[in-house]
Design a protein around this ligand. Sequence first.
Ligand code: HEC
Ligand code: HEC
Length: 268
Amino acid sequence: MQMNYLSTHSLLKRRAGYKKFLTLLSSTLSPVLISGLLLTNAAKAESDIDQDNLDDIVYQAMKVKPNIDNGRNLYRNCAVCHSPEGWGAASGRYPQIAGQHISVNIKQLRDIHDGNRDNPTMVPFTAPLFVQGAQSLADVSAYINQLPMVPNNSVGYGSELAEGKKLYDENCKECHKANGEGNAEKFYPRIQGQHYSYLVRQLHWIKNGKRRNADKKMVKQLQKFTFREIDLMSDYVSRLRPDKSIVAESIYWKNPDFRAGFYSAPRD
Ligand code: HEC
Ligand code: HEC
């Protein structure tokens, strides 16, 4: 399993912050008075901020057996933006998350929580998952994974699909697979059937380094592409169809776990 792109950035930042705080404290207060206090606090801080534990939450969550019933309850907080079906918005404001690999959901939740992606409005909603721990993270991720995908995601203009396919096959297929199904074991997201505008936005963000958790090899690749090429690849990927078995039967399918009229962000 590849773990090299699981960043410890935020943790290091927190550690550095604590050190700064200690330096400041010792320079302003009498060292004799506070030395005892500092010693106990420093020891406590080491155990409070447990690096292994933080990075491990992703792996712990992947080891537990998910409880879909609990996931269903937890997902109520997410559905206001992601909609009960998890189908996202054609505008690309919200991604489709239905059908995404459990491992990818877990890692993205951790990355968003840690500030590795610029998604501050979601953070208050994910914070409770991290207080509750690995089991909750697994539960909501598994619930999202079993939601059927949208049959009619938004797509691009479709004018130069052959070139989009060529670029995709040469650069992206090795990780995201021929049909964009990704690879759960390696945390490679399923990108087939994703909304076109979301794909364009994410690819630019990955290219610009705004998505700080992204695979380094992919970032390097994307840096060589023009706006046009990114557009063509997004168009092509948005048209890759997920297997029928994981797609909803109808565009009118409603998630039966939610009452009719549940209010959520618009789909367009
Ligand atoms: C306030 C609105 C909002 C709420 C509430 C919210 N999200 Fe999100 N979520 C977003 C947005 C916006 C994005 C896309 C961020 C971006 O463009 O980088 C996103 C992205 C994601 C992703 C990554 C998708 C991908 O393709 O990489 C996952 C997984 C996710 N959300 C799960 C959840 C879960 C689970 C909850 C509930 C605990 C939740 N979200 C609550 C707005 C929200
Ligand atoms: C070396 C493997 C690798 C290659 C090659 C690669 N990717 Fe990725 N891709 C990843 C990983 C890993 C992620 C998840 C990154 C993260 O954690 O943010 C990702 C994320 C993405 C996302 C965001 C998905 C989402 O739901 O937010 C898109 C879109 C994407 N890749 C498209 C592409 C395209 C197009 C190419 C070819 C130009 C490509 N990738 C090449 C590994 C790869």
